[in-house]
Design a protein around this ligand. Structure first.
Ligand SMILES: *Cc1c(COP(=O)(O)O)cnc(C)c1O
Length: 376
């Protein structure tokens, strides 16, 4: 059986978790959390990176920091994970869904302007499969209409747009370190903060509304409740697991890239023959091989292919029922403009096994089975 995902494990995780325990600091912001934060700052250039309990929570933090409130509108794709919308819906905002581009499955930047109203407060581009949205256009619109930008870069760790790391272009960027992502700590994420002026509020919010971070740096002599807040700090044991992977992040990415390229090369003839579509990566984007997907002709063909692969011992999966067609999405949000591609393309997309350590023979086997399915 070739599973769809295997959680990343590089070998040093046990050693580091043991070190965290021996350091007698297993709660938040211990030495491993600090190393991870510093690593992210060095590799992205963000003013500050704060490890969080999830990408979901990082996005909730961004919504709180932006003071999103009842009736505000937030523009985002409908083809995304629920957390993109939930973070804003929890604050009483209305997600305004805009159609995606069929080539990258990302928010169509050309349709955003028509969705802007008096109530619009933010745009949330989701960098699907670690391939960047058209950020120059999005940032220009944000400036024109005074909107905040929160990048859902859950899948975009170590991906770039015109050489700029994803998660650092908008006001806030949200990373995920869930077990299905390129680098993991089980459950976890990070908030990237572009502007130094927003760092202190974020630290307070993450530390239950206290100025404890300043206290630990010796900047105040006692810590107290200074603002609203919650608990978004992961335990240092989780950070220790992540640290083992960040240390070899380059190798992990190279391994995934090699797998991605093999799939692409093997399946290219099928695209050339017009039987399926492969992912598109615009020239200005450098991706991180978070995902490899194909697109079948339609839903019926995808269902048949999933069954065929399952029979052959290959687990292939699809995801994202478009949010605007889900019960909560219908209740809380609205679709601006026409759904030309969101539903149609979501029904065609199929994700193939992709994880650190996936073997080349396994990829060749999967590709052969797909060719067999199409009678090629
Ligand atoms: C994984 C994912 C999330 C959620 O990440 P968690 O760390 O599990 O909260 C949000 N958005 C997108 C696009 C994702 O892929």
């Amino acid at each position: 059986m070739i599973g769809f995902n295997v959680a990343p494990f590089v070998g040093k995780e046990f050693t580091y978790i043991k070190e965290a325990i021996q350091a007698e600091h297993i709660c938040g912001d211990g030495m491993f959390t600090k190393r991870c934060n510093q690593w992210m700052e060095e590799h992205t250039g963000a003013a500050k990176a704060l490890l969080t309990t999830s990408c979901t929570h990082a996005t909730e933090m961004a919504a709180l920091l932006l003071d999103i409130s009842t009736g505000d509108e937030v523009i985002m794709p409908s083809y995304t994970f629920v957390s993109t919308a939930n973070a804003f819906v929890l604050r009483g905002a209305v997600p305004v869904f805009v159609d995606i581009r069929p080539d990258t499955m990302n928010l169509d930047e050309k349709l955003i302007e028509a969705a802007v109203t008096e109530r619009t407060k933010a745009i949330v581009p989701v960098h699907y499969a670690g391939v960047s949205c058209e950020m120059d256009t999005i940032m220009e619109l944000a400036e024109k209409y005074h909107l905040a930008v929160v990048e859902d870069a859950a899948q975009g760790v170590l991906s770039f747009y015109k050489g700029r790391p994803l998660g650092t272009i908008g006001d806030y960027g949200c990373f995920s370190f869930h077990e299905t992502k390129n680098f993991s700590m089980g459950e976890g994420g990070a908030l990237l903060i572009r502007d130094p002026g927003n760092v202190e509020n974020a630290e307070i919010l993450r530390e239950k509304g206290t100025n404890r971070s300043r206290f630990f740096r010796g900047q105040v002599d006692k810590y107290t409740w200074v603002n609203q807040g919650s608990s978004y700090l992961p335990s240092d044991m989780n950070a220790a697991y992540l640290w083992a992977q960040l240390e070899v992040a380059r190798e992990i990415t190279a391994d995934r890239m090699a797998s991605w390229e093999t799939y692409y090369r093997e399946l290219m003839p099928l695209e050339e023959q017009g039987v399926l579509s492969l992912p598109a990566v615009p020239e200005e984007c450098r991706h991180n091989a978070h995902m490899f997907y194909i697109k079948t002709a339609d839903l019926r063909e995808r269902t048949a292919l999933i069954a065929f692969l399952k029979e052959a011992g290959v687990q292939a999966v699809f995801h994202y029922v478009p949010l605007h067609t889900s019960p909560e999405g219908e209740r809380a949000g609205r679709f601006a403009g026409e759904d030309r591609y969101t539903t149609r393309e979501s029904e065609r997309l199929l994700r193939l096994p992709m994880y650190y350590g996936l073997k080349k023979e396994e990829i060749l086997y999967v590709a052969d089975k797909i060719k067999e399915f199409y009678g090629k």
